[in-house]
Every structure is written in structure tokens, then in C-alpha cells.
Design a protein around this ligand. Structure first.
Ligand code: F1P
Length: 346
């Protein structure tokens, strides 16, 4: 985990040292607000960062699609902190949005995978994701790397600001150190995901629902399915279902709930009941040991228990696997999906 930013995580002693962000770490601690600029999967990482920074650092965060931000007249104050996230480091919209923010005096911190890429050259400082190149076009391990780095930055800032207790900080560091083993456990569950993929490979539409930290995961699950399987998929916050998407629910459409045990659990259970009452088909990603949701859902995928704030690192994996298996079963080229470019440079 810490290797992804060449940082040092010593969970046993409760210490975390960031890589890449040195000179501007104090600016981050003092930030009155943070603006996240990104596109696609990287934008979803930014949404997770919003939950992290607001919960633990008490810094307001705005997560902006760079492709929109660059064309409006956004309010940027001198000294605002911008965190720009990009796997390739070449995305033209993100680059243009950075230039705009920089011209108005913002401090630009980059989270980029590709060393020496265009975005890394225009930022003031930043962390590289040392996760190796993405082989395929669709971001997967870069998402994990981005979440790891953003989590480490948020926890470090919270610790230095004193907006997190020492005990809680240590607990989260210990949990962070356990993430690789938990991801392995999810990957070992691949056969279950493959069976579900076989059952739903011909579906025309999917909907993905989650709350809190799992809401961006719902968006990312839907994006991965669209990108590599060409199946129409929508991601929504589960609480928004009643404001529109509920009209779509019928016996044909799989509804994927990211329904792990967290502070939204009871609300998610109600949402699942609402879908079942309308004869919807439910696939639920649940915490191992949960008995209630498996009794309601049609298909379940278990993931190990995990701290709520770190769950996206775990809960996204079965959704990536689901998209992968469906794509392969439909004969799609998962590495080179049609119409997509690895770096969107126009
Ligand atoms: C952004 C992005 C990816 C997506 C696809 C097209 O790229 O939207 O998230 O998977 O490859 O580009 P980046 O700025 O993170 O490189």
C-alpha cells in the first residue's frame, strides 16, 4: 500500500510518512478547501477522497469533472489546494483544468501513475502511483493505487491537524496494512463472481447502488461494465433510487448493491427490500458473516470485514471482476475496448 507512493507505513508503531508531498504538506493542513480535478475512474477516486477529507480532516472538498471545470468560470482563490488525479497523466481536460486553476493562484498537487507525464510536469508537487503501467485501457489497479494514496494523505493531514484521535489514527493505519491480504481474499472468491457473470452476461441494463463510501464504488462498478462489456449500466447513491431509477426495476434488470456492514447498513437493507418488493433481481456485495442481506438477495458476493473508510479498496474488486468476466464471456476485448483511448488527449 505505502509502496504505491513510496511512503512508509509502520502500522505497529502508528507512523506514516508520505512520499512525494513535502513542501506543500503544511499548505494541505491549512487548506480552507480542496478542489479535486479528474475524469472517469480518477474522478470516482476523487469522490472517495471527498468522504475521507471531510470526515477525518474537516476540510471541505469539491470534486469537479475537469471536462466541465475547464469551460466555466470557476471561483478559485489564491492558495486553494487542487488535487489533480490522472492515471495516464495525459488527459487533456485535466491538464487544461489544472492550467486554469494554476493561473488563478491555486496550488496543484498531482496524483499520477506515469512518471514524467504532462500532468506531473505542471503540478507544484505530487505523489506518483508506483503501481506499474495499466496494461488495459480501463483503469483498475490505478484506482486502487489512487485510493491508497488519497487515504494516506487524508490520514496524515488529519493526524497533523489533530482532527483524528491518536487511537483512531492507529486503528486506521493497522487496517490499511491489512488491505493487501483482504484484497487477496476477495480475489480468491473469483469463482463465485464468475458464476454470477455467467447468469447475467446477456442482461441489457444494470444498476449499481451504494451509500457513503460505497457510493463512488457503485459509480465505478457501472463505469467498468460500460467500458469493457458495452452493457448499459447506471450507478446511483442508493438513497436516490426513489427519486427516479426505481421506475426501471423489473424482473429483467440486475441491481447490484454494495451493501457491506457500515453506518448505512440498515438503510441499504431497506433499499434492498424496496427492490425485492418490485420483483427486482439483487446481486449484493456483503460483509462475510452477514446473515440478513444474504436472506434477501438473489446472489451474494462476500468480502472480508473492513473499516468503512477503507472499504472502497476492497468492495470495488468484485465489481471489476464481474465486468471482466462478463466482457470475456461476450467476446469483448477487455484490454482494448472499442472507442476508448488510454489517454484522452483531445
Ligand atoms: C481518465 C479516463 C479513465 C478511463 C479511460 C479514459 O483517464 O476517463 O478513467 O478508464 O481510460 O480515461 P486518466 O486521466 O485517469 O488517465
Amino acid at each position: 500500500i505505502a509502496d504505491s507512493m513510496r511512503g512508509r507505513l509502520d502500522a505497529a508503531n502508528g507512523t506514516l510518512t508520505l512520499g512525494g508531498i513535502y513542501e506543500y504538506s503544511q499548505a494541505l493542513i491549512n487548506a480552507r478547501r480542496i478542489i479535486v480535478l479528474a475524469c472517469g475512474t480518477s474522478w470516482h477516486s476523487g469522490l472517495v477522497a471527498e468522504y475521507l477529507f471531510e470526515e477525518y480532516c474537516r476540510i471541505p472538498v469539491e470534486v469537479e469533472y475537469a471536462s466541465e471545470f475547464r469551460y466555466r468560470n470557476p471561483v478559485i482563490h489564491e492558495g486553494d489546494i487542487v488535487i489533480a488525479i490522472s492515471q495516464s497523466g495525459e488527459t487533456a481536460d485535466t491538464l487544461a483544468a489544472i492550467e486554469l486553476a494554476k493561473s488563478k493562484g491555486a496550488i496543484i498537487l498531482g496524483i499520477v501513475n506515469v512518471v514524467g507525464s504532462s500532468i506531473s510536469r505542471v503540478t507544484h508537487e505530487g505523489a506518483y502511483l508506483h503501481t506499474g503501467p495499466e496494461i488495459g485501457v480501463a483503469s483498475t489497479k490505478a484506482f486502487t493505487g489512487q485510493l491508497s494514496v488519497l487515504t494516506m494523505i487524508a490520514l496524515s493531514v488529519a493526524h497533523k491537524k489533530g482532527t483524528i484521535t491518536q487511537t483512531r489514527y492507529k486503528e486506521l493505519l493497522v487496517e490499511l496494512a491489512r488491505i493487501p491480504a483482504k484484497i487477496k481474499e476477495v480475489l480468491d472468491n473469483n469463482a463465485v463472481v464468475e458464476e454470477i457473470a455467467e447468469r447475467f452476461k446477456d442482461a441489457k441494463n444494470f444498476i449499481y447502488l451504494g451509500r457513503g463510501y460505497n457510493f463512488p464504488v457503485a459509480l465505478e462498478g457501472a463505469l467498468k461494465l460500460k467500458e469493457i462489456s458495452y452493457i448499459h449500466a447506471e450507478g446511483y447513491p442508493a438513497a436516490e433510487m426513489k427519486h427516479g431509477p426505481i421506475a426501471l426495476i423489473d424482473e429483467e434488470m440486475p441491481v447490484v448493491f454494495i451493501a457491506t456492514r457500515d453506518s448505512s447498513y440498515d438503510k441499504v437493507v431497506s433499499n434492498i427490500q424496496e427492490v425485492k418488493a418490485r420483483k427486482g433481481v439483487v446481486i449484493a456485495v456483503v460483509t462475510k458473516g452477514d446473515a440478513l442481506i444474504p436472506a434477501l438477495a438473489d446472489y451474494i458476493i462476500e468480502v472480508p470485514p473492513c473499516e468503512e473508510a477503507l472499504m472502497p479498496l476492497i468492495s470495488v474488486i468484485p465489481l471489476q471482476l464481474l465486468s471482466y468476466h462478463i466482457a470475456v464471456m461476450r467476446g469483448c476485448n477487455v484490454d482494448q475496448p472499442r472507442n476508448l483511448a488510454k489517454s484522452v488527449t483531445v
